[in-house]
Design a protein around this ligand. Structure first.
Ligand code: GLV
Ligand code: GLV
Length: 320
């Protein structure tokens, strides 16, 4: 059987597939495979270990052929999957939950600290002038005692809430499901609407999946509900934030700043964003630790091995 890995990955994932006896073909290109190349590359595959930049739709499934049994996404998010198309082709989709929770939550916190303490601005300043103490130089915001609003209390949002708690923050959250056990454990408070959360948070961290219902969840109106001293952090999916409206809000100091790991128009940022001083940007690297990226490859490989042996996968995607 043939397994296609659409981009090089760290860790033992590829070796696990080879050891399982499959013919394994790995895309050696730098960057995502372009569409025409991808459709050619997956032809005849029984399983694909694919990237979140690979759109898995009718066209993809037809190009792969009827022998395809599984597409294992090298990501926890799977908004690149057309789920009805997968089920109509009897192809199983899997993702990589849990193994990247810590990496993403820690990165969200790295962004929270970077934007509130102006680390990137200060780094630029330190490089252009001699380092010197000044009573009014680069004043930022302390986190202890401030309100951390977690939008989406899944695995990652929960871990961000725990880290915030450890920093002495007051945790509030919004989710489609209230979670009393978590509230008791972490001392978090549920807000029944995103609007309520936005109006009282000092830092808002987004951890919802991208769905029709979460696209542009944060738009100009909702940014206006936030405190002018508040910060927005997004490590989920770019289109959850209407980014052109965010750029306007940042220019006009509607909010104090934003830190983003994901963009609405990846791999490019929306016009105007990179010129602003009150933003910190990282290029979709929240899960980029050696630990997480190796474990993601291994979990994706395990899912493929299970399905090609006609066993249920460990982490099938679930309709959100
Ligand atoms: C990365 O964005 C992921 O969904 O794992
Ligand atoms: C993703 O793993 C989430 O549930 O937050």
């Amino acid at each position: 059987m043939k397994v296609v890995v659409t981009r090089k990955i760290p860790g033992n994932g590829v070796k696990m597939l080879q050891d399982a006896g499959y013919e394994v073909v790995v895309g050696e290109q730098d960057g995502p495979m372009d569409r025409a190349q991808l459709l050619e590359f997956i032809k005849g595959a029984d399983g694909v270990l694919g990237q979140l930049t690979d759109k898995v739709d009718e066209e993809y499934l037809n190009a792969a052929g009827p022998q395809l049994k599984i597409v294992a996404n090298y990501a926890v998010g799977f908004d690149n999957f057309d789920l009805p198309a997968l089920s109509s082709h009897n192809v199983i989709g899997t993702n990589t939950p849990d193994v990247l929770t810590e990496a993403v939550a820690e990165h969200a916190f790295a962004l929270i600290m970077a934007i509130t303490r102006r680390i990137v601005e200060a780094h630029k300043l330190a490089r252009t002038q001699s380092s010197s103490f000044g009573p009014e130089v680069m004043l930022g915001m302390e986190l202890k005692g401030k309100v951390l609003g977690v939008l989406g209390l899944g695995r990652i949002g929960s871990r961000v809430a725990e880290i915030g708690k450890a920093m002495g923050m007051n945790i509030i959250y919004y989710d489609i499901k209230q979670n009393p056990d978590f509230e008791a454990k972490v001392g978090a408070e549920f807000k029944a609407t995103p609007d309520e959360l936005l109006s009282i948070s000092d830092v808002v961290s987004i951890h919802v999946p991208l769905l029709d219902s979460t696209k542009h969840l944060i738009n100009a109106d909702r940014l206006k509900m936030m405190k002018p001293t508040a910060y927005l952090v997004n490590t989920s999916r770019g289109p959850v934030v209407a980014e052109a409206e965010l750029v306007e809000a940042l220019k006009n100091k509607v909010i104090a700043g934003a830190a983003l790991d994901v963009g609405e128009t990846e791999p490019k940022w929306v016009p105007g964003l990179v010129e602003l001083d009150n933003v910190v940007l990282t290029p979709h690297i929240a899960s980029a630790t050696n630990e997480a990226r190796s474990a993601m490859g291994e979990l994706a490989a395990e899912n493929i091995i299970e399905v090609l042996n006609e066993r249920p996968p460990k982490t099938p995607v679930k309709k959100p």
